[in-house]
Design a protein around this ligand. Structure first.
Ligand code: ATP
Ligand code: MG
Length: 129
C-alpha cells in the first residue's frame, strides 16, 4: 500500500504529525496563520491510520461557522480527495469514496445545530477550524 507521502507528495510538519497521531477524542491545534491547521484537518478526516475510508459507514464532518468559510477547504479537498477515489457532490457538499464512506462539509452558527448534526450522522471525525 502506498503511503500518503508517496500518493500525494505530502509530508506532515512536526506539529501536523503530532496532531494526526493523537488518539484522544478532542485535540486542539492552534498557531499562526498559514501554520497548516486546515490542511491537517482535511488529512485527518481521511482517517488513514484507522483505514476509515474502507468502512462504508464512515462519515467525517468538517465544520466551520458559516458555509462561506468553507471555500478554501473545499478547494483544497479537490486536490487531495480524488487521490483516494473521492467524488464530490457540489450540491450536497459531500465527498463519497468507493466504499461508500463519506466526508461532509457543514457549518453551524448555533450550538443547537451542532448537537443535532453530531447526534444524527457522525461516525468519525468532527472538525472545527
Ligand atoms: N504538510 C504540508 N505540506 C505542504 N503544504 C502544506 C502542508 N501543510 C500546509 N500546507 C500548505 O500551506 C498553506 C497554509 O496551510 P493551511 O491553510 O492549512 O494553514 P492554516 O493554519 O489553516 O492557516 P489559517 O490560519 O490562515 O487558516 C496552504 O497552502 C497549504 O496547502
Ligand atoms: Mg485555515
Amino acid at each position: 500500500m502506498t503511503t500518503l507521502a508517496e500518493e500525494l507528495l505530502w509530508e506532515p510538519t512536526d506539529k501536523q504529525a503530532l496532531f494526526l497521531a493523537a488518539n484522544q477524542d478532542e485535540v486542539l491545534y492552534g498557531g499562526a496563520a498559514g501554520g497548516g491547521k486546515s490542511e491537517c484537518l482535511l488529512i485527518d478526516a481521511l482517517g488513514i491510520d484507522q483505514s476509515a475510508l474502507s468502512w462504508n459507514r464512515y462519515t467525517g464532518i468538517i465544520f466551520r461557522e458559516h458555509f462561506s468559510d468553507l471555500a478554501d477547504l473545499i478547494e483544497r479537498s479537490n486536490e487531495i480527495y480524488p487521490h483516494f477515489g473521492g467524488i464530490y457532490s457540489e450540491t450536497k457538499h459531500v465527498w463519497r469514496f468507493p466504499s461508500g464512506a463519506r466526508i461532509l462539509f457543514g457549518y453551524m452558527s448555533k450550538k443547537k445545530t451542532s448537537n443535532a448534526i453530531t447526534a444524527k450522522s457522525t461516525t468519525g471525525l468532527v472538525g472545527m477550524n
